[in-house]
Design a binder for this molecule. Structure first.
Ligand code: PMP
Length: 427
């Protein structure tokens, strides 16, 4: 029995499903989750001392690779002075300034401790600012696990939302309207019917929670136009895309300016941090300036801020995102070629340093229905084949993959070579 299997068995006796976040349990791919004890740059080392090239990067934050000396050094230095004061510290302003410099649509920024808190608070402020209740989200987009956002479409395009989880009141879910991603006609129809009641639209400007699905030309523009016409707040959930698809996030990459932005993952460099910010007039509604309440004991925690700041400084290096994008392209093209050589239908999507691949005959995948129609059984075989080869991919066909600046062309080429061998084996 592997050490991971032993640890997993033990964990299940005291932790629900043995994990502290569901996708870690390998339910989507079967088998036993790998327990890791160490990360080094582009690699993870498991409890059995096996090394993997990592394309999960803790689901996005580790854009500079694992245990980067500059980040670890900043954390140790901050920790020496104490872990938390529950009072203002100078570094919070330094980080806020840095974020505002990188993401100019943000005029005021509030820190919190997770992406879930960031999106939940952004929704609350959009509702408080507009005095309206309805929220529009898109099928296949994930914005954390707050009640208003754990909602799927009811039957029919323009019906009110229904909860995706027991425990979410139907009365609350009905305020969330869920539309297909990249469907401008559905968006326009929705605003025609409900426009005056819509507080805000929340969107992943590149969807990374149904595999990786970039916006089609015109989609983000249509969101901007509908929000402008109706007075709804446009929220870009850049928890995943922020500082990753470009230094200024997806809003810079696609040239569309939201009213509010939510951040997480990279902004904490691996520590628990989220943030939300945007137009001054909206953010001034937030307590203590305004009546919309939001707070956090550990918000702006100095150790977490130190990790985030060190990460943001690293990704501001000249050519950082150009290199990351080039590596991501090399990986996607390599996977496509290896699949073609093996006679396996596969297409890829990417934006900056995030990517996805789909086992499908389709030339491209652009929405949830197309993503879920892909061959998930083949994905499972591929995932386990790659794991055996020492490549750690997201343990689900519906998650994006991430590169870091620690990855090299040699890592990519080794990954593609491994994929070639696995394709030949799994058929
Ligand atoms: N929004 C997006 C786009 C995400 O990808 C995630 C997490 N994967 C969240 C929000 C929630 O963030 P957290 O897990 O930090 O609560």
């Amino acid at each position: 029995m592997s050490r991971s299997a032993e640890l997993f068995a033990e964990a299940q006796t005291v932790i629900p499903g043995g994990v502290n976040s569901p996708v870690r349990a390998f339910r989507g791919v079967g088998g036993t989750p790998v327990f890791f004890k160490r990360g080094e740059g582009a690699y993870l080392i498991d409890e059995d001392d096996r090394r993997y090239i990592d394309y999960v990067g803790s689901w996005g934050p580790m854009i500079a690779g694992h245990a980067h000396p500059q980040i670890i050094g900043a954390v140790i230095e901050a920790a020496r002075h104490g872990l938390s004061f529950g009072a203002p510290t100078a570094i919070e302003t330094v980080v806020a300034r840095k974020v505002i410099e990188l993401v100019p649509s943000i005029e005021l920024l509030r820190m919190c401790s997770s992406g879930t808190e960031a999106t939940m608070s952004a929704i609350r402020i959009a509702r408080g600012y507009t005095g309206r209740d309805k929220i529009v989200k898109f099928e296949g987009c994930y914005h954390g696990h707050s009640d208003s956002l754990l909602v799927k479409a009811g039957s029919g395009m323009l019906t009110l939302g229904v909860p995706t989880s027991p425990g979410v009141p139907a009365e609350l879910a009905q305020h969330t309207l869920t539309l297909p991603y990249n469907d401008i006609a559905a968006l326009e129809a929705c605003f025609q019917e409900y426009g005056a009641q819509i507080a805000g639209v929340i969107v992943e400007p590149v969807a990374g929670n149904m595999n990786c699905i970039p916006p089609q030309p015109g989609f983000l523009e249509a969101l901007r136009a509908q929000c402008d016409a109706s007075g709804a707040v446009l929220i870009f959930d850049e928890v995943m895309t922020g500082f990753r698809v470009a230094r200024g996030g997806a809003q810079q990459y696609y040239g569309i300016t939201p009213d509010m932005t939510t951040l997480g993952k990279i902004i904490g460099g691996g520590m628990p941090v989220g943030a939300f910010g945007g137009k001054r007039a909206i953010m001034e509604k937030l307590s203590p300036l305004g009546p919309v309440y939001q707070a956090g004991t550990l918000s702006g925690n100095p150790v977490a801020m130190a990790a985030g700041l060190a990460t943001l400084e690293l990704l501001c290096a000249e050519g950082f995102h150009e290199r990351l994008s080039a590596l991501t392209e090399r990986l996607c093209r390599g996977l496509e070629t290896a699949a073609r050589d093996a006679g396996i239908p596969l297409c890829t999507n990417r934006a900056g340093g995030m990517f996805g691949f789909f086992f499908t005959e389709r030339p491209s995948v652009s929405c949830y229905a197309e993503a879920t129609a892909c061959d998930t059984e083949r994905f499972k075989r591929f995932f386990h084949g790659m794991l055996d080869e020492g490549v750690y991919l997201a343990p689900s066909a519906f998650e994006a993959g991430f590169l870091s600046s620690a990855h090299t062309e040699a890592d990519i080429d080794a990954t593609v070579a491994a994929a070639g061998r696995v394709f030949a084996r799994i058929g």
